[in-house]
Design a protein around this ligand. Structure first.
Ligand code: AMP
Length: 191
């Protein structure tokens, strides 16, 4: 399985990505988590990424693409992966197409979590309290939503044209959302 999970910041992608990836026995690869790990370790990649992350902006495509290319070339991703938070720009879509085609495979499905925008902001503010993420203050949260709408939301139409989008209502309890996701994925035609 080669899956993508998409949705605005705060839609619960990370939580659901892990459950779905476990279910299919593939790694959940979160670009945000990889950036945060690098920030924590103070690597050159982390130092560069932090500037953008703290402002709610996207890390440049070239940096992000190279990081994903390396990550999906690792042995645990050979049989599949679930990408959480990538691609986020049209340039990243093209780059991912190249990466996947080069291995003779294709993306199987793009899971889109839908949520209402008021709920998003309050979820993110709550997460900010719990996790203390530097990019979770209100101003940055709003900027991240704007960037999502401008840069990432249009990608859903691109994947919809390819017939890959599986939309799932992301509102409600985590377990309920998870069940909806599994039901939707189970009803996909076998490839
Ligand atoms: P996330 O945890 O997925 O919300 O990502 C946190 C931050 O990491 C984002 O706000 C961006 O600054 C950066 N980031 C994560 N994924 C990408 C990506 N695919 N392209 C550019 N920046 C990204």
């Amino acid at each position: 399985m080669r899956l993508l999970i998409m949705g605005p910041p705060g839609a619960g992608k990370g939580t659901q990505a892990k459950a779905v990836a476990d279910h299919f026995g593939v790694p959940a690869i979160s670009t945000g988590d990889i950036f945060r790990a690098n920030v924590g370790e103070g690597t050159p990649l982390g130092i560069e990424a932090k500037r953008y992350m703290d402002a709610g902006e996207y890390v440049p495509d070239e940096v992000t693409n190279n990081m994903v290319r390396d990550r999906i070339a690792e042995p645990d991703a050979k049989t599949g992966f679930l990408l959480d938070g990538y691609p986020r720009t049209l340039a990243q879509v093209t780059e991912l197409d190249d990466m996947v085609e080069a291995t003779g495979h294709r993306i199987d499905a793009v899971l889109c979590l839908t949520v209402d925008s008021e709920a998003l902001i309050s979820r993110l503010l709550k997460r900010a309290e719990i996790e203390g993420r530097a990019d979770d203050n209100e101003e940055v949260i709003r900027r991240r939503q704007e960037v999502y709408v401008e840069e990432t939301e249009p990608l859903i139409a691109v994947y919809a044209e390819r017939g890959l989008v599986v939309s799932v209502d992301g509102m409600g309890e985590i377990a309920d959302v998870q069940q909806r996701i599994f039901d939707a994925l189970d009803s996909l035609p076998e490839s």
